[in-house]
Design a protein around this ligand. Sequence first.
Ligand code: G6Q
Length: 562
Amino acid sequence: MSGDAASQTACETPFDAMARSQLPAWQETARHAASLERTTLRDLFAADPARGTRLTAEACGLYLDFSKQRLTGDTLQLLVKLARSCGVAERAEAMFGGERINVTERRAVLHVALRAPRSRQIFFDGEDVVPGVHAVLDAMAACATEVRDGRWTGHTGKPIRTVVNIGIGGSDLGPVMACQALRHSSDRSLTLRFVSNVDGTDFAEAVRDLDPAETLFIVSSKTFTTQETMANASSARDWVLQALKDEGAIAKHFVAVSTNAEAVAAFGIDTANMFGFWDWVGGRYSMDSAIGLSTMIAIGPDGFREMLAGFHAMDEHFRSAPFDENLPVLMGLLAVWNTTFLGSRTIAVLPYDQYLARFPAYLQQLTMESCGKRVTLAGEPIDPCAEGGYTTGPIYWGEPGTNGQHSFYQLIHQGTEVIPCDFIAFANSLNPLGRHHDLLMANVFAQAEALAFGKSAEQLAAEDCPEWLTPHRTFPGNRPSSTILAERLTPAVLGSLVALYEHAVFVQGAIWNINCFDQWGVELGKQLAGRIVPELESAEEPELTHDSSTNALIRRYRRLRG
Ligand code: G6Q
């Protein structure tokens, strides 16, 4: 990566042995944060008329304005220094170089290979993985084209009209988000549905108005063992067989996306209709792998490739741009600055585009499963209350604007929490309708302005606001936000936007010295549920050895269920 020698691998950087908070760059940044405590965005804008254009960066069609963040040019330099001290560049090179940087699972992290052009070579264990990636993409394209053209017919000879993706977590959230985000470029003659929850309602509602003879299920599961997905896939199988009454129908109505060919075959899906991926693709980093088959069916292979090109452009930018012009580095540093140095606990993501309605939910998994960690790569505790400890991953949340303005924005403006916001907006609507888009954009600009500058008691006095009402109507301002502005929401822009957040998460992980690629936190609940299932299903009253609360809840459930 530019300006930073990438001679050492991620896990060998000398910095890993040293507690992050003891790094001189960390301590300087902390002192600097304290010195800025009384400086407001009003002061900063007043002192520098060029601030609004200076603290910006642009790449891959995305313009990032971070001038409304609570920082100065010095802050930026310190944060860049911190990124260097933490070996961000070396770690990134280790990722791009196929090293096993997911140390707890001993896996490489190569989602960047999923969008590499055919001409690229990316090696893992001495093998170039790019040809395999394109072989799968070509197979997906053949399937997607057959479905879109109506040449993929079901068991009764009817063409497929509805595609239902069954998957959960990383095998659901990306496709759900992308299919909605790119709906404008999708084939409207096809219906796309998604089933994820083990709650039978999800499946029942998804299929209630569907004709099994025209429905294709994509069972998306990296492991093909996930309880929820297997339960839904099995119900889908029953639903198809009940209507079509022939095992032979399965081959026509089911395809799989998985790394586990054996389990796919055991389920009865022809492995010729299985689209593979690899251990080096993490679930939440997989929407551009075969897990994106539903997206490809919706927008077509060309649209999907356009999206991959957008991802790749951001990968290249991340790898080559100087840190102070590098969008993912800047976004990652801003998250660290706000969370660890300024003490914010959450970040709101507020897309001003209805097509991005599921983007915050998608980002929640990407960011919180990645950065929700409390030990370092070496397994040392990161206790924010202990000497030298610090906070890691913030809570991400959000809803599309302008709807959120009429609900939770109140707290962002006048609550006691400071919530940094990422506003995302587009210069052109995909559905131009009268004045709608200008109204939408006026709101996004107004919100960022109101958050930054607020409304003072003096301003209210000038408006003849009665004194008793003034505290209620005062907006403190000084509430940080970034605005990402793009020309329009195309597949390429979506790809770049997702890659921007993926790499921003990477930067945060490198600075906090955590593993952004494992998710052990989801294991315990799964294990305990596995133990409880037989206790719920047994005909005999089971002997329960949980805590008194869990025992009582299980007994009550069994009684109420009858
Ligand atoms: C993501 C996680 C997790 C995973 C789901 C589904 O990074 O690993 O969300 O994607 O648990 O797993 P399967 O694809 O194996 O069913």
